[in-house]
Design a protein around this ligand. Structure first.
Ligand code: PLP
Length: 412
């Protein structure tokens, strides 16, 4: 427990945690089951190319999400690229800037212009009014992002897409296991894309999937992710290598068996953070609607600097010194990263909400790697810092903020 300013590691005290606490430590299921499956894979000597584990994994995911087709892939980014291409998107596609850079890169990689749209101040997902204003004759589609697992305003987006004859896709990298109005995320729009990267709520080490109810689209995506092969020596389409391998699939099957357990832990963690921070002035925890299914994987604090006095970055700095590696996801927004920053240097002007949000949010560790007692310690550091904000602010010089206190760590 920190009781004096000098107890803070940023001022020379002992770090609260000996080991670094990361945001997005992997959730891993039963090790015995995993190793049994590894042995089975080795006995079968079938490592990739639509193996039995991949087929079983695709069926399980499709059942869980309640869609007709799941096409498993090597990662979420390739799944996005292939879905975009299979949907015939070109010209301009509208998406939020407040997302992981892969959402935009998946378009630009195939020379489709990402048009960044602002987000709604309530949900932090696409603002439907801004969106309609950004539609031009070159627009072919919309990609909504269920940021931090909180669903987009899906019905409104469906209305806009059908009114303007646009394709609608969702980057559901954060949304696995969640629902919108009782229906599982994954079943909306023309297609949705999951990421099963190690840092996501549910992982296959690296991995991703496109899910859809469209038979024709699913067939096309299956071809595209396997070089366009249709039978042994017959290629009928341009394609790439987007296949998921058997090791990833068996990791996925094993982790799926523990999904309920992961959700339970994340919910307990979320409620613990919420309880511990509710009395701290100027700090709000991003709300997860527990009436819906929700993976609660993102614990995101929002700072009102007029009350906390210490800025989001100063709190992050203090936490980093304590070995709590809080992250500023998704600072500074895609529009402020290359190549988009050079292409559209003034796009910030039409993204006022995005520009505000990226400066005030901070993601904290959760998942199976962290216990409620750790959460209490993290929250104590935050509330102690804010109680002593003026004194701390005086001590934290500009020089301090720029210096690397944690070897090898750089604020990104
Ligand atoms: C993680 C992520 C991706 C990319 O998924 P990978 O599996 O890492 O390629 C895409 N979009 C969003 C919003 C993500 O968070």
């Amino acid at each position: 427990m920190k009781t004096r300013l000098d107890d803070l590691a940023v001022f020379g005290g002992l770090p609260e945690f000996q080991e670094k606490l990361h945001v997005g430590r992997p959730n891993i299921g039963n090790r015995e089951r995993l190793l049994d499956r590894v042995n089975l894979m080795l006995d079968r000597k079938w490592l990739t190319n639509n193996g039995p584990f991949v087929q079983e994994f695709e069926r399980r995911v499709a059942d869980l999400v309640g869609v007709k087709h799941c096409i498993a892939m090597c990662n979420g980014t390739v799944a996005l690229e292939i879905a975009i291409r299979a949907l015939d998107l070109k010209g301009e596609v509208i998406l939020p800037s407040l997302t992981f850079i892969a959402s935009a890169h998946a378009l630009q990689w195939q020379e489709i212009t990402p048009v960044f749209c602002d987000v709604d101040p309530e949900t932090y997902t696409l603002d439907t009014l801004c969106l309609e204003r950004m539609i031009t004759p070159r627009t072919t589609g919309i990609i909504g992002v269920h940021l931090w697992g909180r669903p987009c305003q899906i019905e409104a987006l469906e209305g806009i897409a059908s009114k303007h004859g646009l394709k609608l896709m969702f980057d559901a990298a954060h949304g696995f296991g969640g629902s919108y109005k009782g229906k599982m995320i994954g079943g909306f729009g023309n297609a949705e894309v999951f990421s099963f990267h190690a840092t996501k709520f549910f992982n296959t080490t690296e991995g991703g999937a496109v899910v859809t109810n469209d038979d024709e689209l699913a067939t096309k995506i299956r071809l595209m992710k396997n070089f366009g092969f249709y039978g042994m020596d017959n290629v009928i389409y341009i394609g790439t290598n987007g296949k998921m391998n058997e090791f990833s699939a068996l990791m996925g099957l094993t982790n799926l068996e523990s999904l309920e357990h992961f959700v339970k832990i994340n919910k307990t963690n979320y409620l613990c953070y919420s309880d511990e921070l509710k009395a701290v002035p100027g700090i709000k925890l991003i709300h997860h609607d527990l009436r819906e299914k929700c993976n609660c994987q993102y614990i995101v604090l929002e700072f009102d600097e007029s009350l906390t006095i210490l800025s989001r970055d100063e709190i992050a700095h203090i936490l980093h010194a304590e070995n709590v590696l809080a992250r500023r996801y998704f600072y500074p927004g895609c529009h402020r990263m290359e190549p988009y920053k050079s292409y559209f240097p003034h796009s910030g002007l039409v993204l006022p909400e995005t520009e505000k949000i990226v400066k005030k949010v901070l993601s904290l560790p959760t998942g199976t790697a962290i216990e409620p007692q750790d959460i209490k310690k993290i929250c104590h550091i935050i509330s102690f810092a804010i109680q002593n904000a003026s004194d701390i602010k005086g001590k934290l010089t500009e020089y301090d903020l720029k210096r690397e206190l944690i070897p090898g760590f750089r604020m990104t």
